[in-house]
Ligand binder design. Structure first.
Ligand code: ZN
Ligand code: ZN
Length: 649
């Protein structure tokens, strides 16, 4: 390589010296003298017009082979820019290192630009040093290209050098450069410096403000981002979008939606990115009505061709419990349009809704028919499908195939799915061994899955061992202690139940308050357990529940009070069970929507209890309506007295 470069270098020298004669000893027998001049003019022509590194190499080879004389110089910047588009970029880089002696800053800049936009932006930084070495003075363009490279590399130390150059050259009023600096500081985690620079900027444009909002939200400082947003002298659609997306990222979907409403009020037209953010907020909140409105709006605006919109729509419908609507969006996408994200969302959605078989079939279509490579998210969906249906052997196969066939390293979520699969299936010892042999440290989700299995299969010894790990990893989470005391209660070990209760009191463990939400006519109503405080229509809800209870009892319903851990009389326990938040939400939904109407959809923050699960099955038969309940783990679709989970959850 070195020798060929040396030859090239000398050839380039010919290019550059544009001398008319050469004295090399390689005679060219194949080229008769009379054709030489026309050929050299042809090559001269090519020097300015080659379009690919391949042509450059050919040209280079030809020049060496035929010993052609050139009257023109090879444009170094053209070499760089053409080669930067391809993996043979290093070829251009080497030419430059050998011959880069230009004193024209314009030529240097075009190389810097090509380098900054290549796969190896570090070369741009190296070139800056070379430029200084040759005593060429950088200008604003030089700074912008090197800053671009620094931003891509998150290289703040070189960024600071460029910052110093900018100050020295008196370019402080160059907004473009200042904006890039603010962005660089923020991206590198130096938010304070970014803010300081922002404050000191003599002039700001809308881009400056947008950068600050986006970056503050990314650093999870959404309140400060909102302060900045409020101070903006004028706002573009990007500003609104940055703020809405910021709220979503920081777990404030309600704020995102109210800001979107405000945006509509001021007459600002949302773009595709805005709609993606709002749809994500709808998914988090289960706000189906708004989600559907956004869907219509994106259809009207022709955004349906946007794959991100389609994928977010699928996700939104799945999280709102509308599997069919998600499937319609998926089916409506062009074959080429569907990405691995679309497929994975649908595979996971089917699994969450208890349709394991369809989920696995979709995976076969995706990989075998469409030849799309699954990613690690796809496998989470598949393993969920297996886990929810107790398909232990299939789960094992997928887990192995993930690494063996697709080279994907399992993440903690995948291990969690496997432990869940074994635990539910009653293979508690295998689950325990699996955890012990994990190459990563098990977290509380992993141990929690095993604890769930212990409860299901009434293994108190293992549960006691598991709770030791959980009380270290996640001491303030009540859920685990509740599960353990439930196991004791099932075995009628009341002494242990009391001991657990005392321990929870002593440690100061508080019960996670359960709440459920239901969206009626575009308004999300929230219900907390007990229901006494909160909803203005509590009394009516309680009355209707009593009516419903009478019919339910005729169908054989008996409230299951074993889910109540509190120390109280049996009839008090019945009252507690009857006022679980999802029951209140369901009665409210039945009150407020027409009989025989659309399915009722309820979201719940924690796992649904056995009693509510049973009650919902019976009610779905009585009212002859589909009821969809999304809890922390999955969706239950109740229809005609049965649940899509087949009571395996
Ligand atoms: Zn319940
Ligand atoms: Zn169910």
């Amino acid at each position: 390589m070195a020798s060929s470069l040396a030859i090239f270098s000398s050839t380039l020298h010919h290019f550059r010296s544009s001398s008319s004669t050469t004295t090399t000893s390689t005679p060219s027998h194949k080229n008769p003298p009379h054709s030489r001049s026309s050929e050299s003019s042809l090559i001269n022509d090519l020097i300015h017009n080659f379009n690919s590194p391949y042509e450059l190499r050919q040209l280079h080879a030809h020049v060496i082979k035929t010993n052609t004389c050139l009257s023109s110089t090879l444009s170094i910047s053209r070499v760089a820019s053409v080669c930067a588009l391809t993996p043979s970029f290093s070829y251009a880089h080497k030419i430059f290192q050998q011959e880069g002696k230009s004193d024209s800053i314009v030529e240097w800049n075009s190389c810097l630009r090509a380098f900054a936009e290549s796969d190896c932006p570090r070369d741009a930084i190296a070139l800056l040093y070379q430029l200084r070495h040759h005593n060429v003075f950088p200008d604003a363009f030089t700074c912008s290209f090197v800053l671009k490279a620094c931003t891509q590399l998150l290289d703040l130390s070189h960024g600071k050098i460029v910052h110093a150059i900018i100050e020295k050259l008196g370019l402080r009023s160059n907004i473009f450069l200042q904006n890039t600096l603010v962005l660089l500081y923020a991206l590198c985690g130096a938010m304070d410096d970014a803010s300081l620079l922002f404050e000191k900027m003599p002039k700001k444009d809308i881009v400056t403000w947008n950068i600050m909002i986006t970056q503050l939200a990314k650093q999870k400082d959404v309140d400060l981002a909102y302060e900045v947003f409020l101070k903006m002298p004028e706002r573009s659609v990007r500003s609104w979008t940055a703020m809405i997306a910021g709220f979503v990222q920081c777990g404030k979907p309600k704020d995102a939606i109210s800001l979107f409403t405000e945006m509509e009020k001021v007459g600002m037209e949302p773009n595709e990115v805005t709609l993606v953010a709002v749809l994500a907020a709808c998914a988090d909140l289960g706000a189906l009505d708004l989600g559907m409105r956004i869907h219509e709006q994106s259809d009207r605006n022709g955004y349906r061709k946007n794959v991100k919109i389609c994928n977010t729509l699928i996700d939104m419908y799945i999280k709102c419990g509308c599997l069919e609507a998600a499937m319609r969006v998926f089916d409506g996408m062009d074959q080429q349009q569907r990405t691995v994200v679309s497929w994975s969302a649908m595979i996971h959605g089917l699994a969450m809704h208890g349709q394991a078989e369809k989920s696995l079939n979709l995976f076969s279509t995706m990989t075998q028919l469409r030849r799309i490579k699954p990613n690690s998210v796809t496998f989470i969906g598949l393993l969920h499908a297996c886990s929810h249906m107790g398909l232990i052997n299939e789960g094992r196969k997928f887990f192995a195939s993930m690494t063996n066939d697709y080279g994907i390293t399992p993440r903690i979520e995948h291990y969690g799915c496997m432990v869940d699969l074994f635990s539910r299936g009653g293979l508690l010892q295998e689950a325990h061994e699996f955890i012990k042999n994990m190459p990563i440290k098990p977290n509380s989700v992993i141990w929690g899955a095993l604890l769930g299995g212990c409860k299901l299969h009434k293994n108190v010894e293992l549960a006691e061992e598991v709770i030791k790990h959980l009380s270290e990893l996640d001491p303030s989470n009540d859920g685990y202690y509740v599960v353990l005391s439930n196991i004791y209660a099932d075995l009628k070990r009341w002494g242990d139940v009391a001991r657990m209760r005392k321990m929870m009191r002593d440690v100061g463990v508080k019960k996670t308050p359960g709440w459920s939400s239901i969206s009626v006519n575009g308004v999300v109503h929230e219900f907390s357990a007990g229901g006494d405080e909160g909803h203005p229509e509590s009394e009516k809800i309680f009355e209707m529940w009593e009516e419903m209870l009478k019919i339910m009892k005729l169908k054989g319903y008996v409230p299951n009070t074993s889910v109540v851990l509190l120390d109280m009389e049996e009839n008090e326990k019945v009252k507690v069970v009857c006022r679980h938040s999802e029951k209140l939400a369901l009665v409210f939904g039945l009150m407020k929507t027409p009989n025989g109407g659309d399915p009722i959809r309820i979201m719940k923050n924690i796992r649904v209890c056995e009693d509510c699960h049973n009650a919902f099955k019976i009610i779905s038969e009585i009212v002859d309506r589909e009821i969809i309940l999304g809890d922390r783990n999955r969706f239950h679709c109740f229809r005609q007295g049965l649940c899509s989970c087949h009571d395996y959850w």
